[in-house]
Design a protein around this ligand. Sequence first.
Ligand code: NAD
Ligand code: MG
Length: 390
Amino acid sequence: MQRITILGATGSIGASTLDVLARHPEQYQVYALSAHTRVEELAAACRSCRPARAVVGTADAAARLALLIADLPTSVEYGEQALCDIASNADTDTVMAAIVGAAGLAPTLAAARAGKKVLLANKEALVMSGQLFMDAVREHNATLLPIDSEHNAIFQSLPAAFGRVPAAAGVAKILLTASGGPFLNRAVETLGDVTPDEACKHPNWVMGRKISVDSATMMNKGLEVIEAHWLFGAPADQIEVVIHPQSVIHSMVSYVDGSVLAQLGNPDMRTPIAHALAYPDRIASGVAQLDLTQMAALQFFPPDFTRFPCLALAFDALRAGGTAPALLNAANEVAVDAFLERRIGFRDIDRVIRHALDAVEHGPAPSIEAVLAQDARAREAAAHAVASLH
Ligand code: NAD
Ligand code: MG
């Protein structure tokens, strides 16, 4: 019996995880669930899987949850310390890190430091902390498995038993596929007018609003380039982004002998979730088998960096190293929030990020504290830029 903690149980990844777990009650038991404010949804999840613990964001949310599940044996807690505890407690084996944004860093890192099996959806945590996170995984013997569909596909396309690209594996390139999002073919001049709902209408995936906007700007792919760098030890020049609008090939690895290995499937996050949960075994996920005969033509082309300036900013941040990716991520979170709240336009997102990157100088990242200090400075600079545009 594997005991699971789900950080961010009420989100899109959280719901898909609960769906896969419910198909295999004899193999998995939920130890703890977390949510930020969506108390009713968390109460429903507690009712179906009866975890020992449930953690929310505030005292008020905890009081509301406690009322809703007073008849259950689940203890209700709140705050970051409680999140870190459900991620690192001896009573859990596996942690699904599915909180969105920098808020997930502390508990995800706590899971790594406790040597857990960490299923990583929360890419922002790794983008921010990079080497520090990978060091924690190594030092504490944690197992890190990628949930992001692209990284899960790359992991599956690498030589067996190797999570990270070994120098001798003959890998020439990692080919990170991208759908291009909802604005791949929209006239660039009209991008200034798009609404949050239009930006969140992804052609192939149903996801949380933050990652949906990131997909529309392609900052999501930029964060994924940085994520791939850390997960697989590949330098920026070895990672190539390929636009593939159908999202059937989830990513590929190209080898020096000319072979290209790919992972294909219907675009449904339950596949990578089931893969990581059961690794190295396989379990059913509820995802329909891919019917190749029903598939339209698959297309591939290079990304347009002028249409998607955020992708270029992310490559620059990766090459700059140190705290540059943390600055990029923090500024992006502020800009996306402002866009979702209609305080800035879609085309202002990259402007705000650029302003913050110009205002705050990046430096080395010797500790998590240093990263968080830089994160706070970038948020301040980005908020300033938002205010001046507003
Ligand atoms: P979502 O917005 O649907 O869910 C986010 C979850 O995080 C919720 O449970 C919410 O309660 C929790 N949360 C939000 N703010 C919080 C805070 N301040 N403190 C604690 N908890 C907080 O997001 P999602 O689409 O499920 O994405 C989650 C993560 O997975 C993101 O990092 C995203 O980039 C990554 N991811 C998502 C998908 C996808 O298909 N949805 C695919 C790949 C990677
Ligand atoms: Mg992805």
